[in-house]
Design a protein around this ligand. Structure first.
Ligand code: AMP
Ligand code: GLY
Length: 421
């Protein structure tokens, strides 16, 4: 198979690393990729927003399968453009990607198909949103409707904080994403993520994971894209996984098909495990970053036939085998992240991979023959172990051999699971 992978983060490096192990792979391209992905695929400088250019490249190289990593090109309809030209694509249509692209859309799907989630209202102006907040009281959650790189959500502990968040949204803090606001009931519980493939009519559950969104140890400081993750998430007992499938994922799959926008790709369900059971916080329509890194580290099966089956409506014909051992990944980020940080700082040494540990590249680049850090989240040090504590010890031991002065990380990734062990 000749394959093109779209994306350039740690998630895509993990996918590339796993895809490259497939005996079915003949030629492998990635756009734009990063130096880690470049160890497995030929990197191409394509403008992903230019769907015709992506298609022309696929035609030129005889590429038949495109795997889309991030959400933005999916929301922009890249999968639709490529599918219309006869290519197989892993990733949903623009219509189905609204599950991530519009929080209001997802809440309406939940209301219509009886999916458990916090009570909510949608607003397109501040006065009405504020009146609703005053009526409901705090704690309460204010969300910009559109894609806001994970920054559009305020969990407000006071009414004043909620009112300020509403002003921020409508005053343009999140650009067009904040033109509409969802005000949502605060859900109390432990968060977990559930990943499940869907080809429109069949589901293949993958695994559970837990992210660490706050920048600081002990879950303190501002939100980030994710500072580390592990899989599986012990909070997700087999019973809760079953309930998540029956009460959340299956009704979404059926509902989307019924509305004429069948979902194809990966459901990444952000869940709150409340006293009532699993409730949906949000959907993402792509793998999590850094959750994908731990999923790929645990997956035993060849991923290529699984992704291809998802894209071609034959998910009922494949299965996925997993290492029982947990995997854990620690994000090394540039000092200052998620605020401003220095770019192009040199990374002098990255340790080699072993059977069950690997450093994935996220925001890295080659400049004049030197590997440098260009992003906020830069490296993902990932390991498997018999327990989460063992995986954690291995990941931090490996991380401490990375030579990069401008990097920092959390030192407590996995603490919830380790407390349980
Ligand atoms: P999201 O971007 O929707 O994942 O929201 C970011 C974070 O805000 C989530 O991971 C939760 O920690 C928190 N959050 C979102 N919605 C709620 C809610 N209804 N109740 C409590 N916390 C929430
Ligand atoms: N780590 C959270 C996300 O990928 O959205």
């Amino acid at each position: 198979m000749k394959l093109l992978l779209i994306g350039s983060g740690g998630r895509e490096h993990a996918l590339a690393w796993k895809i490259a192990q497939s005996p079915l792979l003949e030629e492998f391209y990635a756009a734009p990729g990063n130096p880690g992905i470049g160890e497995h695929a030929v990197l191409v400088a394509l403008n992903i927003d230019d769907h015709d250019a992506v298609l022309a490249f696929c035609r030129e190289k005889g590429i038949t399968f495109v795997v889309v990593g991030p959400e933005a090109p999916l929301v922009a309809g890249l999968a639709d453009s490529l599918r219309a030209a006869g290519l197989a694509v892993f990733g949903p249509s623009a219509a189905a990607a609204q599950l991530e692209g519009s929080k209001g859309f997802t809440k309406d799907i939940c209301a219509r198909f009886g999916i458990p989630t916090g009570a909510y209202q949608r607003f397109n102006n501040a006065p009405k949103a504020k009146a609703y907040v005053r009526e409901q009281g705090a704690p309460i959650v204010i969300k910009a409707d559109g894609l806001a790189a994970g920054k559009g959500v305020t969990v407000a502990m006071t009414v004043e904080e909620a009112l300020a968040a509403i002003d921020d949204c409508f005053e343009g803090a999140f650009g067009a994403a904040g033109a509409e606001v969802v005000v949502e009931a605060f859900l109390d519980g432990e968060e977990a993520s559930f990943f499940c493939l869907c080809d429109g009519k069949t589901l293949l559950p993958l695994a559970t994971a837990q992210d660490h969104k706050r920048v600081g140890d002990g879950d303190t400081g501002p939100n980030t894209g994710g500072m580390g993750a592990y899989s599986p998430a012990p909070v997700m007992t087999p019973d809760l996984v079953e309930r998540t499938l029956k009460e959340i994922i299956e009704p979404t799959m059926r509902g989307m098909a019924e509305l004429g926008m069948p979902f194809s790709g990966v459901f990444f369900a952000g869940l709150m495990i409340t006293a009532k059971g699993p409730e949906l916080i949000e959907y993402n329509v792509r793998f999590g970053d850094p959750e994908c890194q731990v999923l790929m580290t645990r997956l035993k099966s060849d991923i290529l036939p699984i992704l291809y089956a998802t894209a071609t409506g034959t998910l009922d014909q494949v299965t996925a085998q997993w290492h029982d051992d947990p995997a854990l990944t620690v994000v090394l980020a540039s000092k200052g992240y998620p605020g401003s940080y220095e770019k192009n700082t040199p990374i002098r040494h990255i340790p080699a991979e072993s059977a069950d540990a690997k450093v994935f590249h996220a925001g890295t680049a080659m400049k004049d023959g030197q590997l440098v850090a260009t992003g906020g989240r830069v490296l993902n040090v990932t390991a498997r172990g018999k327990t989460v504590s063992a995986a954690q010890a291995r990941a931090y031991a490996l991380l401490d051999t990375v030579e990069w002065e401008n990097g920092f990380c959390r030192r407590d990734i996995g603490w919830r699971a380790i407390e349980r062990e």
